[in-house]
Design a protein. Sequence first.
Length: 225
Amino acid sequence: MPFDVQDLSGTFSVADIAIALSLSFVLSAMIAWVYRFTHRNVSYSQSYVQTLVILGMLISLIMLVVGSNIARAFALVGALSVVRFRNAIKETRDVGFIFLVMGVGMATGTRFYTLAIVAAVVISLVIVVMFRFNWFAASVQRQVVKVQIPPDGNYTENVQDVLIAHTSEFELVSMESIRGGALTELTYTVRLKKGTEPGTLIAALGERTGGQRVTVLTGYDQADL
């Protein structure tokens, strides 16, 4: 039975491979630097940023393999569908960067070089401008207040009295039984009155909660809870 090895690499040249992979690397690295420059939260991951660069080059490679062959495209979709990722995306903007490097990789892999360069540069500039001028930021800063109180007595009313005195608005978000029912944890979103410091609110709540734990989280929309 004859056995032949067929090399299909002739559909693209070595120059095509070098240009596609090099360009996808440069553009993906640029996007990764934009991500690093515009990142504000505490969840920065070097591994994630490096993955952006790898992903851009990998998508470019996949597009070179697929070419215009529909059957090959469906075969790759079936093969890649078995991959499962267990790491949760911590920020919604991270998903946008993943799709951006994927789009750039697709463009370079299909040899739309001008499209890849223009799209990567324009979208990166938009991201930098939104970061620089703080677009769509909420003008109202809120805090999260977590208070632990004994389950009996009128501690809830005492907590609300303190919140009325020190905040302009508050809302009960959750009420949870902890430590086997020995304590109840109340979680509020609040807006402190002008001139009121978080430390003042903590001290006032501590006097009304029987010395139980009080936590005030500021800038919770900018951090991972």
